[in-house]
Structures are given as structure tokens and as C-alpha cells.
Design a protein around this ligand. Structure first.
Ligand code: ATP
Length: 413
């Protein structure tokens, strides 16, 4: 990922190319703090001109003073309210919880950076607001609900026929590719999952919560560290060793693909007693050339079976244990857009058990699980708490990690 300064610089370039301040700003050295302040003032002005810097009063009015009736929900970062701006725009206002010790300037820098992120498949961040300890983000309002609400929480999943599910997968892949490689600054999402994929009234998927790690950095001094992902979606190497790369997002994307096709939630999978989780089940059936058995029965009438099989294989490639074997999003988008003549054979998915330290009651030592699962060699974590949370949501024989109420981890106590 680019450093904050690099991103700041990129944003500056972007900004400058459109602005008559270009040459003025170019002449300013970045090192002087007086000049930095001046630059920030300039950015404030540009932001105000672009109406990205919302006044607190405007957001109070838009949300009827953050009235409970306006509340859309509450995630790990704080509550989200529906609102209407005085110019008629429908917005979603995220009121960040005040646990982060991040300063105003840093927050504003990151928010400004992220408000330049614009893609059809990414929720548009319209602006932000800081007032004393209050930090708010203003997003475009996305009218339909999040993907998980259609897929898991009701009988609404019939509304998601094959074409829609296919298009959602393609849209999310394009949104992720944009965040990884095409935005002005590399953004690793870290929390791709159904509830962070919002659907608009035309079923176009939009990735939400991007860049939250930048806006809400972990604060080591706090009791509750900022969550870094959600159980069931996190890549093993990230979960075990904190190795964060774009491939961690690819893994989460693969989980979402398999969930969309099967309508089974990885973190609470109980469909097949012989498979600990959705990924293992899908892989097992794939190896037996019974791939289509993972398909949600609701899809039988609408699905193109060849496409289903292809997407399962792509999903399995994304969740492979070894991050280097996973395709990058560029390749995923290519694979999705035209039927590949040749597609690699997926190796086993990132599974719990391999070189994961198992808990033995009454001891603090551990034993190693079956060894044919991991090819990445990155699972030998010595941190029992970390090592026992699973990327696939199965923790039965392992020490249960403490998750917060959103299924996020870690919560340190
Ligand atoms: N731009 C938006 N438009 C419409 N609804 C939104 C928007 N952003 C968030 N929401 C809704 O607000 C609720 C809370 O969202 P938020 O992203 O804070 O948490 P979450 O995704 O449910 O959980 P987590 O923080 O664990 O990812 C969700 O129900 C989501 O659908």
C-alpha cells in the first residue's frame, strides 16, 4: 500500500491537474510545516468548494438530529443514519464511534483522499465532517439492502436469480480491482463480505466500508483494538500472521463468490457434517466433479450450469491457501468476462487445522493439525489466540477467539 505521504502526494497531483493552484502548489516544498499548513488550508478550500466538507449542522438537519427512526443500522465503526440534504440528495451518514485516538488532521487527510475514490461498484463517499470529537462520513444512499440480507436472512434470495448473482460477482470484482489497482491510491479493503456489499435499485453492487482501516486506524493504546476483518472471510495468512496484501481481499472475495452461488454462509456452515466449512465442501465436490451440487436450489431454473461451474472454480482459485497462487483481481475480472480456454486447477482452500495449534484442555501447549492443507508455510503462528481463529469460520476443535458482536476480531481483553 502506498504510504500516507505518497497518497497525499498523489492526491495533490490529481487535485493540481484540475486546479489553477497547480504551479503554486508545485513550488511549495513539502518539508516546511508552515507550507504544509498552507497546503492543508488550500485543500480545505478546495474541499469546501467541492462541497465535501459538510457542516455538522447540515448533517444534524439531514438526519433529524440523528433520530433513531433514521437509523439504518450499526456496524463496527458506529451507527449509520439515513438523511436528506437541503439540496435533496439522499445520504447515509456514518457517525464514527469515538474510540479512535486519530487526530483531526489525519482523519481529514484520509477522508479527503477517500472522497476522490469513484467507481460504479464502490459506494461514493460524498464528504465528511469533524466537530470536536465527532467524526462523520457522508455517503451516497444505496437504496436496496446489503447482499447478506437477501442471501441469508430471509426468503428474499429468490429475488437473486443467476443473472443477478453473476452480475453482482462481476461488479464486486471490478470494484475491488479499482480499489486495488486503479484508484489514485492502493486501497486494501480488509473486510469484504456480504454486509459490506450494498445493492442499488438496479441490483448494481457497491462495495461499502472501503478505506475504513485508513480512517479508523488501530489504536494500540485502546482496550478494544479496531477490528480488522470478519470471521469466515479473513485469509489465513492475514489472520494468523497479519500478512496483509491484496490477496487477502481476493480470499474474502472468493468466499463471497462461493456464498453467492450456494447461499450457504461460511461462518455458520452446517450443510455437510464431513466438511468443516463451505470452502472445504465446495473443494471436495469440485474434486469429485460434482461441483454443481453446491448450487443454491433456487437457481436451478435460471442458472447457466457451465457458468456456475466456472464461477465455482474461480471462487476456489481465490480462496487457495497459498496467497501467491490466488489470482489478482485483474485476472479475476478477465476470467469472469470471457470464458477462459484454460483455467488452473485450484489447490486446497485456506483451511483451519493445518499447522494450526489445537487447544488441549488443561495445557498451554498445542499439537499440529493435518499437514496437507497448507502450502503457504505461513500458518505456524505461535499466538494461540490468533492461530485458533479460522479463516473459514470453523472453530470447533480450536480455541474460540473472542469476537465482537459483529463477528469481528480481535477483541483484546
Ligand atoms: N451508503 C449506504 N446506503 C444505505 N445503507 C447503508 C449505507 N452504508 C451503510 N448502510 C447500512 O447501514 C448499516 C450499518 O452499516 P455498516 O457498514 O456500518 O455496518 P455493517 O456492514 O453492518 O457491519 P460492519 O461494520 O461489521 O461491516 C447496514 O445495514 C448497511 O446496510
Amino acid at each position: 500500500m502506498f504510504s500516507q505521504d505518497a497518497c497525499f502526494f498523489h492526491r495533490q497531483l490529481d487535485e493540481m491537474s484540475k486546479s489553477k493552484h497547480f504551479f503554486q502548489n508545485l513550488l511549495k516544498p513539502f518539508t516546511s510545516s508552515a507550507n504544509k499548513d498552507q497546503q492543508e488550508d488550500d485543500l480545505e478550500k478546495i474541499a469546501a468548494k467541492e462541497q465535501k466538507n459538510f457542516s455538522f449542522e447540515a448533517l444534524v438537519a439531514a438526519t433529524k438530529n440523528f433520530n433513531q427512526s433514521q437509523k439504518l443500522g450499526e456496524g463496527g465503526f458506529g451507527p449509520v443514519f439515513q438523511g436528506k440534504l437541503s439540496d435533496g440528495r439522499e445520504v447515509a451518514v456514518k457517525r464514527l464511534s469515538q474510540r479512535s485516538a486519530q487526530g483531526k488532521k489525519e482523519f481529514l487527510n484520509e477522508a479527503k483522499l477517500l472522497s476522490r475514490v469513484q467507481h460504479k461498484n464502490v459506494v461514493n463517499l460524498l464528504g465528511y465532517c469533524v466537530r470536536d470529537a465527532e467524526k462523520l462520513l457522508v455517503y451516497e444512499y444505496v437504496a436496496n439492502q446489503s447482499l447478506d440480507k437477501f442471501l441469508f436472512k430471509s426468503n428474499k434470495r429468490e429475488l437473486l436469480d443467476w443473472q443477478r448473482r453473476h452480475d453482482i460477482i462481476v461488479g464486486v470484482a471490478k470494484g475491488l480491482l479499482y480499489l486495488h489497482d486503479q484508484a489514485h491510491c492502493t486501497i486494501i479493503h480488509r473486510d469484504i463480505k456480504g454486509s459490506n456489499i450494498l445493492l442499488d435499485d438496479n441490483w448494481v453492487p457497491k462495495i461499502a466500508d472501503f478505506g475504513m482501516a485508513r480512517l479508523f486506524p488501530e489504536d494500540q493504546t485502546q482496550i478494544h483494538t479496531r477490528v480488522a476483518g470478519t470471521n469466515g472471510y479473513m485469509a489465513p495468512e492475514y489472520l494468523m500472521n497479519g500478512n496483509l496484501s491484496k490477496k487477502a481481499d481476493v480470499f474474502s472475495f472468493g468466499v463471497v463468490v462461493l456464498e453467492l452461488i450456494s447461499a450457504q454462509k461460511n461462518s455458520s456452515f452446517d450443510r455437510d457434517p464431513d466438511s468443516g466449512n463451505l470452502l472445504e465442501w465446495a473443494y471436495k465436490l469440485y474434486k469429485k466433479q460434482r461441483t454443481l451440487e453446491i448450487m443454491d436450489p433456487v437457481l436451478v431454473s435460471s442458472a447457466d450450469m457451465e457458468e456456475v461451474a466456472l464461477l465455482v472454480q474461480i471462487g476456489l482459485l481465490c480462496v487457495q491457501s497459498d496467497p501467491q497462487s490466488r489470482p489478482d483481481m485483474d485476472r479475476v475480472v478477465v476470467l469472469l468476462s470471457r470464458k477462459p480456454r484454460h483455467l488452473e486447477e485450484p489447490t486446497r482452500p485456506g483451511l483451519p487445522g493445518s499447522r494450526y495449534r489445537r487447544y488441549r484442555p488443561g495445557t498451554t501447549s498445542s499439537v499440529t493439525g493435518n499437514s496437507d492443507v497448507s502450502s503457504s508455510g505461513s500458518f505456524g503462528s505461535t499466538n494461540t489466540r490468533t492461530a485458533t481463529s479460522t479463516a473459514t469460520g470453523t472453530t470447533s476443535s480450536l480455541v474460540k477467539p473472542r469476537l465482537d458482536r459483529h463477528g469481528k476480531r480481535p477483541v483484546i481483553d
